[in-house]
Design a protein around this ligand. Structure first.
Ligand SMILES: [Zn+2]
Length: 508
């Protein structure tokens, strides 16, 4: 842990640091007052929440009226990229500050490599009370890997409604695989059903039904669920968390990962149908090579329901914020709001189970509510999910670990501009922990350009597929300019291939 009085403080007193480095809390560090108490860190992740569908970032539908107001006291990041387009690698990158090909949790429902089990945000904040919660079972699998560094891992079903699942899990306490496998089967096949012993399941479903039917009027599309629970309400999760946080006295680090607006999209009645007949027009885009064969879903309708589900996220985050504020926790807390990956409704696909890497799938919200901040700051620099760990370590006075691959985000780092760097986001669903990356979809953003680099897929007959977009003039990625800008494409391809080569060296 860092001393309260550092070399930097000494320089500040001596007047050797420029004025801009003087923090308002300096007086506290000089011994005039008691040393500054450690600030809490709370990270709130809403799963599969694309920045593309957020009105704060310019979406035509007003999906985030509450968050738009709260943003007046936040640092708002406009070009923030998840490190993947699905949960396991995207979340592991937030938690470890490293890219998927480094932490190696690239396959669904896996943990990071043994090397990274003790290299996470939980190990960095080892002098804090470290808490975690997730509705998403795959995130719980990651927590399982990090568990020796987590003080309080709230069981997933504790914030869900009464569930036979919970009963089963209580009976088989040591077998967490039951639920994670079910979630995996859901994500893989979507239609698979799941049942326990016939007698037990009928008995339990009677009680479940009683509990759940109380909410039918509030959720006309059914209760929010991950399909491996009996449903949950964000309201309950928020209330229970706030009440638990209020009981804690130590500085705390909390990582809380809620499932909405992840599918199934189930907005409460007050938002249901809100966007059904509005003037919003989908931008027509050509079908992608990776679209699901035979997909005949109604993209327009599903997008509208997803957007309504974001209204639920918006309302409940607003409530969480106000609860933290009124309980006094907020003023001592770095509160982070973000997502693990995006969601897409275009080019023939819905959701994020696709090998494509377009902007709606990887660009996610990021807002940092800094203790005491009263004004809004907009950051347009391109930033990455791997930057969060370095940033939170830095702002709480810790050394940024050397193994983290991220940067300290503006406005918190000392130099205002970094030399232009590339931001990676990747999906490599087939890559095992100890094997080289032989197939992947890689998004590589540098300056105004974004390269799509796909390789190793049978649908491509083992050829590479390369696309280049100018995402500043063409944010919808409609015009592939790989032939118009061959030199830029060549340089970016070279960089991506060099990175893959470096990564793979270790596993050949
Ligand atoms: Zn996810």
């Amino acid at each position: 842990m860092k001393n309260d009085f550092s070399r930097r403080d000494f320089l500040k007193i001596s007047g050797l640091l420029p004025f801009s480095f003087l923090a308002p809390n300096l007086a506290k560090n000089l011994g005039i007052r008691a040393p500054q108490t450690k600030k809490n860190v709370i990270i709130i992740v809403f799963d599969a929440w694309s920045a593309y569908n957020v009105s704060l970032y310019g979406y035509a539908r007003d999906t985030t009226p509450t968050i738009n107001k709260l943003a007046e006291r936040a640092v708002v990041y406009h070009n923030h990229y998840a490190a993947s387009n699905y949960t396991t690698p995207g979340t592991a990158s937030i938690l470890t500050g490293t890219l998927p090909w480094t932490h190696r949790a690239m396959q669904p429902n896996t943990t990071v490599s043994s090397e990274y089990l003790d290299r996470s945000i939980f190990s960095v904040f080892n002098d804090y009370h470290r808490m975690s919660y997730s509705h998403n079972e795959w995130v719980n699998t990651l927590f399982d890997g990090f568990r020796s560094n987590i003080d309080e891992w709230i069981p997933r079903l504790d914030l869900c409604l009464f569930s036979s699942y919970k009963v089963i899990q209580d009976i088989f306490k040591n077998d967490r695989d039951i639920s994670s496998v079910a979630w995996e089967r859901y994500a893989e096949f979507k239609k698979d059903d799941f049942s326990y012993s016939l007698f037990l399941s009928r008995l339990l479903s009677y009680f479940e039904g009683k509990e759940v039917e109380r909410y039918y009027d509030q959720f006309p599309r059914g209760l929010p669920t991950s399909y491996t629970d009996n449903g949950f309400l964000l309201e309950h999760a928020v209330d229970q968390l706030v009440s638990r946080l209020g009981e804690l006295t130590k500085p705390m680090l909390g990582y809380f990962h809620f499932l909405p607006p992840h599918e199934p999209y189930r907005p409460p009645v007050e938002f249901s149908g809100r966007f059904f007949r509005d003037a919003y027009q989908n931008i027509l885009k050509p079908a992608d090579i990776f679209m699901e064969p035979g997909g005949d879903f109604d993209i327009r309708k599903q997008r509208a329901i997803y957007d309504e589900y974001i209204l639920y996220v918006d309302r409940e985050f607003g409530r969480l914020y106000r609860e933290l504020e009124s309980s006094g926790i907020l003023e001592d807390t770095w509160l982070v709001l973000t997502s693990d990956h995006g969601e897409g409704f275009e080019r023939g696909y819905i959701g994020h189970q696709v090998n494509a890497i377009y902007e709606p799938l990887i660009r996610v919200p990021l807002m940092i509510f800094e203790p005491g901040r009263q004004s809004r700051l907009d950051v347009y620099e391109k930033t990455s999910a791997i930057d969060l760990l370095s940033t939170l370590a830095h702002v709480t006075g810790k050394d940024v670990p050397e193994w983290s691959e991220g940067e300290v985000l503006p406005p918190y780092r000392q130099q205002s501009e970094l030399p232009e760097r590339g931001i990676y986001s990747m999906r490599s669903y087939e890559t095992e922990k100890d094997s080289p990356v032989k197939s992947a979809s890689i998004g590589f953003v540098k300056g105004r350009y974004k390269l799509h680099y796909y390789f190793g897929y049978s649908i491509l007959n083992s050829q590479k597929l390369i696309k280049l977009y100018d995402i500043e003039s063409d944010p919808e990625e409609l015009s592939n300019i790989v032939d118009m800008e061959p030199e830029i494409a060549r340089q970016m391809v070279e960089q991506v291939e060099y990175s893959i080569e470096q990564v793979n060296k270790r596993y050949l």
